[in-house]
Design a protein around this ligand. Structure first.
Ligand code: ES4
Ligand code: ZN
Length: 336
């Protein structure tokens, strides 16, 4: 329809996509076979791509999802596997009308199983370069730290020689913080964020997805982030919401993710209208598209169906996404 076309043609930026979360059941089984990785035999979900997809529709929480997410990525072994995964995502992004993508990945989830950081980075970078060349999508990579792991492990990952070399080479634009949120407050990661800032890296963190609003405040004030990933619980603290609106901090929201992980009951319960009314800037993203039932355009369509946004509101959302991106000012002007 023309509406779908209108949403597809908007100059979209994606800021919240975990590349490991773009691993479809189909590619997962294909790589498991190729790399001879055995999948759990005691979980009937792993019988086939079809049964796995059916299980994804029944996630009960963030942690329930993360269990499958970490098993899923165990099939990624070689540089070519990481490249195929990211290329699969970029092709979807292109079809959906994404102009610029800033993508997360989880180095510790791979190094902890003996996969070298350089293997992961080379594969993802190859796909990024190909996306820029063939699809005319500009890209940035963001290394995330796994907050459920001991802080010293995260510091070791940050200090890793290959990781530091990739920061110095300008191959990584910024850092993020993801995985289980509850009981892993932002302040624990102050040192990493401080040092990343000194090194000229941009900073974001998941906060207020399942965690309380104090995690959003602490990500801002203690970690010095200039974006908040999710942040849906911000509506519980009107004063903090005003502060974020005044600062112009971008929330990278993921409506379908929030429903599938039961942070909200339905898209209609997403605080999008409240954010618009309060002048809080946000982008709309897919999070883990292979696990949550849709890519970025599916999220745009789902939001439109429920909130019936005006052309003007959509234009504002996309402009805020461009302005909140970590690309060059020149690239922003091209997209505006
Ligand atoms: C994630 Cl939805 C979500 N939340 C936190 N960490 C994540 N890693 C991948 N997807
Ligand atoms: Zn996320």
């Amino acid at each position: 329809t023309s509406l779908h076309d209108f949403l597809r043609r908007l100059p979209k930026c994606e800021h919240h996509i975990h590349l490991e979360g773009a691993l479809t059941p189909s590619l997962l089984f294909q790589l498991a076979k190729k790399n001879r990785i055995s999948l759990p035999k005691d979980d009937k979900a792993f019988i086939s791509p079809h049964s796995l997809l059916a299980r994804y529709a029944r996630f009960s929480s963030l942690d329930d999802f993360l269990g499958y997410y970490y098993i899923g990525m165990s099939v990624l072994v070689h540089e070519a596997d990481f490249e195929a995964l990211a290329w699969d995502y970029f092709q979807h992004a292109s079809t959906d009308g994404v102009h610029h993508a800033e993508v997360f990945f989880d180095p510790q989830a791979h190094t902890s199983r003996g996969i070298a950081y350089t293997t992961v980075l080379s594969g993802f970078r190859n796909a990024c370069l190909r996306a820029e060349r063939e699809l005319h999508i500009t890209t940035e990579l963001i290394t995330c730290f796994l907050r459920h792991l001991p802080v010293p492990d995260c510091l070791t990952a940050f200090e890793n020689q290959d990781v530091q070399a990739s920061y110095l080479a300008g191959h990584i634009k910024g850092i993020g913080l993801d995985s289980s949120e509850l009981n892993f407050p932002p302040h624990l990661f102050k040192e990493i964020y401080e040092r990343a800032g000194q090194q000229g890296l941009r900073r974001t963190a998941h906060a207020g997805e399942e965690g309380p609003t104090s995690y959003i405040a602490d990500a801002l004030d203690i970690l010095g982030v200039d974006r908040i990933d999710h942040g849906i619980r911000l509506v519980e603290d009107p004063a903090l919401m005003q502060k974020i609106a005044a600062r112009g901090t971008l929330l990278t929201t993921c409506p379908m993710s929030n429903v599938v992980l039961r942070c909200i009951k339905s898209i209609g319960d997403h605080p999008i209208r409240k954010f618009l009314d309060a002048g809080v800037k946000f982008s709309i993203n897919s999070d883990d598209p292979a696990y949550f039932g849709g890519y970025i355009l599916d999220n745009y369509c789902a939001v439109h169906e429920v909130f019936d946004l005006s052309v003007e509101e959509w234009t504002t959302i996309c402009r805020n996404g461009i302005e909140g991106s970590w690309c060059s000012e020149e690239r922003k002007r091209e997209m505006l």
